[in-house]
Design a protein around this ligand. Structure first.
Ligand code: PRP
Length: 186
């Protein structure tokens, strides 16, 4: 797949399509084993985790149900979260007594998930774990217990495979580092 206009803004491919595919298969296998005999509820946080969720659910062999939430941080900038989280779309079904796995594309400061985990725990799930494709620990402000982690990445601004800058680049099939001049960095 080749998207020349978007790809021109990418300085470097950090994680390629095949690497993502392999990791998703590995995570799916681990989840299928860990939750064997149970039914898992995947809760994805839109919009960034959409491609990861779609691929991960197909790599899981046990029964799953899915639900989607959308949250937005406000008071931040295009590249920074603020810690103030607003729920734009809530769960559509109860998670009480269910084994819940939150599926995220990236954990950066951890502020979004910190809020979300407290919110979801208040709904009394049987268990609550976190799965993230990308972990950027250098920027963490609050500790988040990550149960399933795809890749640890350096403190670079990444786009693609769901991740955006100004709502663009989500459709790149790989994780790339955006050229600093694109977002006004150095
Ligand atoms: C991204 C990502 C996480 C959050 C992580 O979402 O999907 O939800 O930022 O950042 P944090 O750890 O610093 O809180 P974003 O707000 O960019 O929305 P999007 O998924 O719609 O792009």
């Amino acid at each position: 797949m080749h998207i020349p206009e978007l790809a021109n803004d990418v300085a470097e491919v950090l994680i390629g399509e095949e690497q993502i595919r392999q990791k998703v298969i590995e995570l799916g296998a681990r989840l299928s084993a860990d939750y064997l005999g149970r039914e898992l509820t995947l809760v994805s946080v839109l919009k960034g985790s959409l491609p990861f969720m779609a691929d991960l659910m197909r790599a899981i062999s046990i029964p799953v149900t899915i639900d989607l939430m959308e949250v937005s941080s406000y008071g931040g900038t295009a590249t920074e979260t603020s810690g103030l989280v607003r729920i734009l779309k809530d769960l559509s079904a109860s998670i009480e007594g269910r084994d819940v796995l939150v599926v995220e594309d990236i954990i950066d400061t951890g502020l979004t998930l910190n809020y979300l985990v407290r919110y979801l725990k208040g709904k009394n799930p049987r268990s609550l774990r976190i799965c993230t494709l990308l972990d950027k620990p250098a920027r963490r402000l609050v500790e988040i217990p990550i149960d399933y982690r795809g890749f640890e990445i350096p403190d670079q601004f990444v786009v693609g495979y769901g991740l955006d800058y100004g709502e663009r680049y989500r459709n790149l099939p790989y994780i790339g580092v955006l050229k600093p001049e694109v977002y006004g960095g150095t």
